[in-house]
Design a protein around this ligand. Structure first.
Ligand SMILES: Cc1ncc(COP(=O)(O)O)c(C=O)c1O
Length: 424
């Protein structure tokens, strides 16, 4: 036997291993000031590229006013309890009706958090005889939701329709043997690398295979499609998404989430989502504030247009300077470079401290060994000046990376820190 705490001391986990070196800087950084394109980090102003506040609604005066008014009227707790017990209000139902209409579905149901909501959606949709087929690069909420499933599950290679089809053939065999069905799950937009899920091609497969499709469109909602209804609308197949999900934590600049689909399935979910039945309902300021946000999404198309103007300026500026943005076809802007994790940390420090640019950084094992991924999220609030400052900074750090400046500094640091640091 081992003592659980001893094992934890030896293995602090995939993120915990970086705690000594990175806490407060690379992980759990503390940004100050109102959320926006310029925030303060460690006392200095930085151009901030890490908020999923796509439409810049975090600081929109009408949003802040609606939130504040609702908070003054209802407090932060109202309504009491879970929806099923005492937490249902007319405002919840109204937001659900408006969300359903916005994403072109018959009905919607609010979720108090996206992550828990998705877990329960997957849990409620499938029985042990059913088979889940899902993209291998899916968000943790999908991966963890699938973990609750007691039946068969297959992953397909990321956004690879041939691999999906092979797995649908396997799944069909198992489902037929068990007397079950098939649930396919993908993201509308993959938030790390910015590719849209191939929804159109996935929906085409419905002609050959029997399955239901669940889409997590966290990054597509409000940013893609003519009306902002998301990746399905963008690809012309919104009507074939059986269960549509999005969080409010991105374009809606809030918290909470929703699921939408036909009336019967949403009614079923309302009565069967354990994460909602056994947890407190979304609070009134977020529901009333949600109605205001949705009104802005509907009535101010110029905000989305400005977002895309900024996305195009940033992405074309980076591409013109020779940066590799992979195959993003959304607002998510990944910049791939070659280098070790230690070089990545030095480069990011340089970018933050000497150029005043704050981006997220991702290294192995999330991406292949030897690669550095800097992830930028343009918003409608960024200005041309901020984009130009960023492009100039990227040019400068890239030169330093290629000339081996960070590599030399990394070797020096490694020599000073010894083996423990080498493991990073
Ligand atoms: C793709 C995706 N799905 C689900 C979630 C979870 O949503 P929430 O933050 O509302 O729990 C996130 C993160 O916000 C996400 O990026």
């Amino acid at each position: 036997m081992v003592d659980i705490f001893d094992r934890i001391k030896e293995n602090p986990g995939p993120l915990g291993q970086f705690a000594d070196y990175g806490e407060g800087y690379f992980i759990f950084p503390r940004l100050e000031g109102p959320i926006g394109p310029r925030m303060k980090f460690q006392g200095k102003e930085v151009v901030f590229w890490s908020a999923n506040d796509y439409l810049g609604l975090c600081n929109h005066p009408e949003v802040k006013e609606a939130d504040a008014k609702a908070a003054a009227e209802y407090g932060m707790f109202y309504p009491m309890g879970a929806r099923a017990m005492s937490g249902e209000t007319d405002a919840h139902l109204q937001l659900e009706r408006e969300l359903a209409e916005f994403v072109q579905k018959e009905a919607a149901y609010l979720l108090n958090f996206g992550y828990q909501g998705m877990l329960s959606i997957i849990d409620a949709l499938v029985s042990r005889n059913d088979v889940i087929v899902y993209d291998v690069d899916s968000h943790a909420c999908i991966v963890d939701g699938v973990r609750l499933h007691s039946g068969k599950r297959f992953t397909y290679r990321h956004n690879d329709i041939e691999s999906l089809e092979k797995n649908l053939q396997r799944a069909t065999k198992v489902a037929e043997e068990n007397g079950g069905g098939i649930l396919v799950i993908t993201e509308g937009v993959f938030g790390m690398r910015g590719q849209q899920g191939k929804l159109k091609e996935i929906c085409e497969l419905k002609k050959k295979y029997d399955f239901r499709l669940l889409v997590d469109d966290a990054h597509g909602f409000g940013t893609l499609g003519k009306t902002g209804a998301g990746a399905g609308e963008e690809q012309g197949c919104q009507d074939q998404i059986d269960v549509y999900f999005s969080t409010f934590a991105k374009s809606m600049a809030g918290f909470g989430a929703f699921v939408a689909g036909n009336k019967e399935i949403i009614r079923y979910l309302k009565f069967n989502l354990r994460s909602q039945i056994f947890a407190k309902s979304l609070t009134m300021p977020m529901v009333i504030g949600g109605l205001k946000r949705l009104e802005l999404l509907r009535s101010r198309p110029e905000i989305k247009a400005k977002l895309w103007e900024n996305v195009n300026k940033l992405q074309s500026g980076l591409r013109e300077r020779g940066f590799n943005l992979g195959d993003t076809n959304t607002c998510v802007t990944p910049v791939f470079m070659e280098g070790s994790p230690v070089e990545a940390t030095l480069l990011v420090k340089d970018l933050r401290e000497n150029f005043g640019i704050f981006t997220s950084v991702v290294v192995y094992p999330v991406i292949p060994k030897g690669m550095i991924l800097l992830r930028l999220i343009p918003t409608a609030s960024h200005t041309d000046a901020e984009i130009n400052e960023t492009l100039a900074a990227f040019e400068a750090i890239h030169e330093k990376l290629v000339s081996g400046e960070y590599k030399k500094a990394a070797e020096k640091l490694l020599a000073e820190q010894g083996l423990a640091f080498k493991e990073i």
